[in-house]
Design a binder for this molecule. Structure first.
Ligand code: F42
Length: 144
């Protein structure tokens, strides 16, 4: 069994810990925004270690939209490369846990629709895109 390696970032690591240890009943929102968060569990593409990443909850029917914004930082978050290499993930949304498969969205019309949905769920995504020269990667997670 691969080992779980927690995030090196303290507040992120703590959110995962509180969310998971409570079975999805505590620590399920982003700080003062009160907006809902999901936990994506996947394998690292180099180490194979288990990684857990909290992301904003953007729902599109039965699917989730995963936005690699990282606060508008110049570089993509590392989890983007992990998901490109291995699209099988588990998603925890509060108390519900599902196996899902992700695909990166490249179609312009589909991306535009999902981006609008993402900004509606979490308005700061629009500012994050303004802050960075990279096109923020967008993934769709679909039930398997
Ligand atoms: N980040 C977002 O991008 N979008 C969001 O909507 C979002 C919401 C959110 C809500 C709550 C919260 O607590 C955090 C939130 N974050 C959001 C931050 C998010 O959880 C991540 O912390 C952030 O996106 C950065 O992701 P990262 O994968 O770059 O994390 C870094 C800090 C990290 O874990 N680095 C590891 C390390 O050890 O340095 C690398 C881990 C790794 O995956 N290694 C790979 C492996 O094989 O194991 C190798 C990967 C490679 O290619 O080198």
């Amino acid at each position: 069994m691969p080992e779980y390696v927690p995030s090196p970032v303290e507040w992120v690591r703590n959110q995962v810990e509180e969310y998971e240890s409570s079975g999805g009943t505590k620590g399920t929102t982003l700080r003062e925004t009160g907006l809902p968060v999901i936990i994506v569990t996947n394998a690292g593409n180099k180490t194979g270690a288990i990684r857990k990443t909290p992301l904003m909850r953007v729902k599109d029917g039965a699917n989730y939209v995963l936005v690699g914004s990282m606060g508008g930082a110049p570089k993509n978050p590392v989890w983007v490369y992990n998901l490109r290499a291995n699209p099988d993930v588990e998603i925890r949304d509060a108390t519900e846990v599902q196996n899902m498969r992700v695909r990166e969205v490249s179609d312009a019309a589909e991306r535009a629709r999902l981006w609008e949905l993402s900004v509606a769920a979490f308005p700061p995504y629009a500012d994050y895109q303004q802050k960075t020269a990279r096109t923020i990667p967008v993934f769709v997670a679909e039930p398997v």
